[in-house]
Write a protein that binds this ligand. Structure first.
Ligand code: RB5
Length: 150
C-alpha cells in the first residue's frame, strides 16, 4: 500500500503530524505539498492527490484543508475518487468499510493533530467489507458515469 498526501495552508499542521506517523510506521508515501503556511488554493492539491489515487487499487490518499470540505469537493470531481470528510474515529472506519473511500479528508481547523493521526491510522488499516456495500459503491460509480437508472 502506498499513501499520497496533500494539503493547503489550513491543513498543513495535521498533514505534517500524519507524515511523522507514516515515517514511524515505515509506510511508503508521497507528499504533493503544500509545504509552507503561505496561502494556496486547495483544488491544486486535491487534483494532484486525486489523480494519483484514481484507478490505483493499492494507493490511498490523505487530504487536509481548513475544514476538509473544499478539498473533498474538489477531489470528488476526479473520476474514480470517493473522498470522505471525517471528523471522528467512527467515520474514518465506516467510510472504508462501507463506502470503499480512497481518500480521507480532514480539517486542520476542526480536529487536533493527535486526532488526525488516529483517523489516518484507522483509515489506512481498515478494509472495505464488500458484499451488500459493493452494489451501493457501484451505484455511485454509475452516477459518475452517467449510466445510473432508477
Ligand atoms: C482556506 O482559508 C480554507 O478556505 C480552506 O482551507 C478550506 O477550509 C476550504 O474548504
Amino acid at each position: 500500500m502506498k499513501v499520497v498526501l496533500g494539503c493547503d495552508h489550513g491543513g498543513l499542521n495535521i498533514k505534517n503530524a500524519i507524515i511523522e506517523y507514516l515515517k514511524e510506521k515505515n509506510i511508503d508515501f508521497t507528499d504533493f505539498g503544500c509545504y509552507t503556511e503561505e496561502s494556496v488554493d486547495y483544488p491544486v492539491y486535491a487534483y494532484k492527490v486525486a489523480t494519483a489515487v484514481a484507478g490505483e487499487s493499492d494507493v490511498l490518499g490523505i487530504l487536509c484543508c481548513g475544514t476538509g470540505i473544499g478539498i473533498s469537493m474538489a477531489a470528488n470531481k476526479v473520476k474514480g475518487i470517493r473522498a470522505a470528510v471525517c471528523t471522528n474515529e467512527f467515520m474514518a472506519e465506516m467510510t472504508r468499510r462501507h463506502n470503499d473511500s480512497n481518500i480521507i479528508c480532514m480539517g486542520g481547523r476542526i480536529i487536533d493533530e493527535a486526532t488526525a493521526v488516529k483517523l489516518a491510522d484507522i483509515f489506512l488499516s481498515t478494509e472495505f467489507e464488500g458484499e451488500r456495500h459493493t452494489k451501493r459503491v457501484d451505484m455511485i460509480t454509475a452516477i459518475e458515469d452517467g449510466t445510473f437508472t432508477l
